[in-house]
Design a protein around this ligand. Structure first.
Ligand code: ADP
Ligand code: MG
Length: 696
């Protein structure tokens, strides 16, 4: 394989050991390969010359062509500045330097044609350009390219003269030497079908584009390649895992029939039935299931999970249902308890607060196979928790669990892998899901149970609080219950806590006749449970809370969600919170309170929430606003450190890349064909870094 590109960067002319060390540390550039794939993050268009009469201070950058008519120094002592009078046929403008006057006066001469590049600013009533880039016209012409790459650098690099221009020079040096070593990576067929330019051309053009057309083709080619290799790797891993990881064959559904006939009080939605079928076919396949179930808040994931567990239990296996918080584990335990009793199933619960003596009994029952369903929290992942035969693990609200934690499930069984169903209520845009979970099978619950009314969302400024309190009172009079949520962001916990307490007081004063619950993270878990139960039973009408109620708590009678300081929440969180209401058949409301002053982004978030209840639409806006790296659940994955592609913008390329990867693997599942040798090498050489197979 191409070893030339593995050469250490210090051997490149113009680098040497000292600069090499900086490039290592500051940019993660160790080898020729690293440098050549260190792409510009933007380009400056130097093809357009603006006439001086056309300059306005709103312009970001302008390029001028003219001559310096003369210099003058203005001011005294340390405040002295050098001003040059620069003219073309259309007018004149001032170039200004606040430092380095002597050096400039040495370098620049009046009367010679220069190209000037910089940001025009309004200074008093005249426009000037401070510290412009300035080169003789003759130099510019010999450089040729008018689209200039701009590379990210750091202060430390700049101090050693490694600014963007210097990096560009290194790229030039390297490309000349590397020309014969820039092999094609993509199979010929893929290049042809997608009309891609060669890798060699792409690498030259990305660093030295001669036209916008070059640049577009180069970017497209390199993005395609990056996304294609990721998709190919994910799908290849999935194939391998599918062949290798044996799962129990579970093909009995007698308990499901009993549940449908005697206990289920509503009709499943078409989507729920479809997902259950998908899971059932996985469970019968003999291979380990690794499936992600995406369904918006309220789409009815719990009953789907329960039916899947019933299939596993009918087949003689044990099942686990894992929730991210004790409140949720409790809720699942209580919610499913009745069904279990009627079906004659043995159920247990294990959380961090399970008493030692009880814990011991549960652990031994699990080992002996005397428990069919264990419901719990992270506590289920601990080593002493061993099963007789764990067939299916369901992980609810996946985004709260880390990758490594989930991998611990693998160790709970010996001769086979437990089937895994991961459920998430955080809708993820398709492009992200294909990358983050590209090696999982994905099921979608894209339909809400019948009879739900969409939640009405409105936005009020804090000054309208009295009106909002009036509305709350009316809703309670009609029999509803109300959440009032405050943000609690860890760093500023103290002041947030104070906001919550102040809020609680003002609500208590406004509703002296009503019992009010309060729940927050500093309370003991018994106390929290007690308050949640009081609210659930309807003894309290208002619950003032921090975001502890964000995930999953199900109280059908709650019909109003008031979110205080809602400008401080992200879209995903707002959507989650809103999902806590609208669970019954009555009309529900979400009220977003904000300060009068809103940032542009906050305004977009609030407007989006008011406009739509569709979780996928909201997730798309979120992706556009924040970029993929910050979306819920993606932080620790490392999968999203893309070099050139952008999942928020390159959805089309991604789709195309994924479908070519699928086609390619269909024709050559093991990648054994001669023409696939390079890509096989490429995708396996990186496999050790990220354990893709265990991302689920
Ligand atoms: P989530 O997907 O947010 O976990 P849940 O599973 O908690 O949603 O379901 C929300 C509510 O909808 C529950 O009260 C559940 O009993 C009810 N539900 C689920 N499926 C249906 C259905 N097909 N028809 C009517 N109600 C349903
Ligand atoms: Mg749920």
């Amino acid at each position: 394989m191409p070893s030339f590109l593995d050469t250490k960067i210090e051997y490149l002319k113009g680098v040497g050991p000292n600069k090499a060390e900086l490039l290592n540390k500051e940019l993660g550039v160790f080898t020729y390969y690293d440098l050549i794939t260190y792409y510009p993050f933007r380009y400056e268009d130097r093809s357009v010359i603006t006439p001086i009469s056309g300059i306005s201070p709103e312009m970001q950058q302008v390029q001028l062509s003219g001559i310096i008519k003369g210099f003058k120094q203005i001011g005294h002592g340390r405040k002295v500045r050098l001003v040059a009078n620069f003219i073309d046929e259309t007018g004149q403008v001032e170039l200004v330097w606040f430092t380095g006057a002597t050096w400039i006066l040495n370098k620049l001469k009046a009367g010679i044609p220069y190209i000037v590049y910089g940001k025009p600013t309004l200074f008093g009533r005249t426009i000037n350009i401070a510290h412009p880039e300035i080169d003789p016209v003759s130099d510019r012409n010999s450089q040729g390219g008018y689209i200039q790459p701009v590379y990210h650098t750091t202060e430390k690099l700049k101090a050693k003269f490694l600014d963007s221009k210097a990096i560009s020079k290194l790229q030039k040096e390297l490309l000349v030497q590397a020309l014969d070593h820039l092999y094609e990576t993509l199979p010929g067929a893929v290049i042809q079908i997608h009309k891609l330019i060669s890798r060699k051309e792409a690498l030259i053009y990305i660093h030295f584009p001669r036209s916008h057309d070059h640049l577009r083709k180069a970017t497209n080619r390199l993005k395609y390649e990056e996304l294609f290799l990721i998709q190919l790797k994910l799908l290849f891993q999935k194939n391998i895992r599918y062949d290798k990881n044996k799962g129990l064959i579970l093909n009995d559904s007698s308990l499901v029939t009993e549940f449908y006939n005697n206990l289920l009080t509503f009709e499943l939605t078409v989507a729920q039935k479809r997902v259950i079928k998908e899971v059932y076919s996985d469970l019968r396949s003999g291979s380990q299931m690794n499936r992600l179930l995406q369904g918006d808040v309220g789409s009815g994931k719990t009953v789907v999970a329960f039916v899947c567990m019933l299939i596993a239990i009918s087949g003689g296996a044990q099942t686990a249902l894992m929730a991210p918080t004790e409140i949720l584990a409790e809720q699942h335990f209580n919610g499913l308890g009745d069904f279990c009793k009627k079906l004659g199933l043995r159920m247990a619960r294990l959380t961090g607060s399970t008493k030692k003596s009880e814990r011991k009994i549960i652990l031994s029952m699990l080992r002996d196979g005397d428990v069919d369903i264990i419901v719990g929290t992270h506590a289920l992942l601990e080593d002493p928790v061993q099963f007789k035969q764990l067939g299916l693990a369901v992980i609810d609200e996946q985004h709260r669990f880390g990758v490594a934690q989930r991998a611990r499930l693998w160790q709970k069984t010996e001769n086979y892998f437990p089937h895994v169903l991961v459920m998430t209520a955080t809708p993820i845009p398709r492009t992200l899901a294909m990358t983050l979970y590209g090696d999982l099978d994905i099921s979608l619950l894209d339909e809400m149970p019948a009879g739900r009314k969409p939640i009405k969302t409105s936005h009020y400024y804090d000054s309208a609080r009295l009106k909002v309190f009036g509305f709350i009172r009316d809703e309670i009079r009609k029999g509803g219950q109300v959440y009032i949520v405050y943000p609690l962001i860890e760093e500023s916990e103290k002041s947030d806590y104070k906001d919550l307490m102040d809020g609680y007081e003002s609500v208590s004063r406004a509703f002296p006749d009503l019992a009010i619950s309060i729940v927050h993270g500093r309370m003991k878990s018994e106390d929290k449970d007690f308050e949640v139960q009081r609210f659930k039973k309807g003894e309290t009408k208002i619950m003032v809370a921090t975001t502890v109620i964000e995930v999953g708590v199900d109280i059908p009678n709650a019909s109003v969600m008031v979110i205080e300081n809602s400008e401080r929440f992200g879209l995903a969180q707002l959507h989650q919170l809103r999902g806590r209401v609208g669970r019954g058949s009555d009309q529900s409301y979400c009220i977003l309170m904000t300060d009068y002053k809103l940032s542009k982004e906050a305004r977009i978030r609030i407007e989006t929430m008011v406009k739509t209840t569709d979780g996928f639409e909201i997730a798309d806006v979120d992706l556009q606003l924040r970029g993929p790296g910050d979306l819920a659940g993606t932080q620790q994955s490392g999968v999203l450190d893309l070099q050139i592609a952008d999942l928020a913008r390159d959805g089309k390329i991604l789709q195309a890349a994924r479908s070519s990867a699928i086609d390619l693997l269909e024709g050559d599942p093991q990648l054994l064909k001669e023409e696939h040798r390079t890509i096989k090498w490429l995708i396996s050489s990186q496999t050790e870094e990220i354990n893709w197979g265990e991302i689920s």
